[in-house]
Design a protein around this ligand. Structure first.
Ligand SMILES: [Zn+2]
Length: 217
């Protein structure tokens, strides 16, 4: 579909959201939203991950896969940044997981402020039945909420994700604990989904959620 759009093959200058960039790992060109943006800290040669695409500085892009990350760390990043780049797949993966968590947290907080997110299993279930819930976010330690039929249906439909824990979800809604919330806005839901997709290849057993991973492809 985007083949019909104009895109700048030259890279960094004048990039538009729909333009393609090169993966520093496999060297294939892909759309920016399929790639993780990595920024170099010139002070110490370390990498920082930027899923919100908001950090200044020279950026490189890499597919959210261990294979592409490995290749990029072996030479692709050094070529883009024109200097030695420190890092391992594990540390880059951890940074991507953290960046995805922060991105999802920020999106949920923004949605809550804009009254585009609701919390609590009763209102979330009602919104899902009415078709107004674009995405449901279930705290990973909310085993009881995960068993609710609406939530299980949403998981099967790809409209629910497991994320973080009840305390962190609660903090977003100004409560001690929140087990489940729903995002009522398609664009926000899509952004949360793509942050989640970036993180999945790097999610370790310790950090992934048993009930969710089992459902995951
Ligand atoms: Zn790649």
């Amino acid at each position: 579909m985007a083949e019909t759009k104009q895109h700048d093959e030259r890279g960094e200058q004048g990039e538009k959201p729909g333009s393609r960039r090169q993966c520093a790992g496999c060297a294939k060109r892909d759309f920016a939203d399929a790639l993780v943006r990595v920024v170099l800290d010139p002070a110490d040669g370390s990498l920082a991950v930027d899923l919100a695409d908001s950090r200044f500085g020279r950026g490189a892009h890499v597919h959210a896969s261990k294979e592409c990350a490995q290749k990029a760390l072996r030479g692709g990043f050094a070529k883009v940044f024109k200097c030695k780049v420190e890092g391992t797949v594990e540390s880059l993966g951890e940074q991507i997981l953290d960046a995805a968590d922060r991105r999802i947290e920020g999106l949920l907080a923004g949605a809550r402020r804009g009254k585009l997110a609701i919390s609590g299993s009763d209102v979330v279930r009602a919104a899902y039945r009415e078709g107004t819930a674009a995405m449901i976010v279930v705290a990973s330690d909310a085993a009881a909420a995960a068993k609710l039929s609406e939530i299980q249906d949403a998981v099967a439909q790809g409209k629910a994700i497991g994320w973080s824990n009840k305390q962190r979800l609660g903090a977003i809604f100004g409560r001690d604990e929140v087990a489940v919330c729903a995002v009522l806005h398609e664009g926000v839901a899509k952004a949360i989904g793509s942050a989640r997709l970036m993180a999945l290849p790097f999610a370790s057993a310790a950090r992934s959620e048993a009930w969710w991973s089992a459902e995951d492809r």
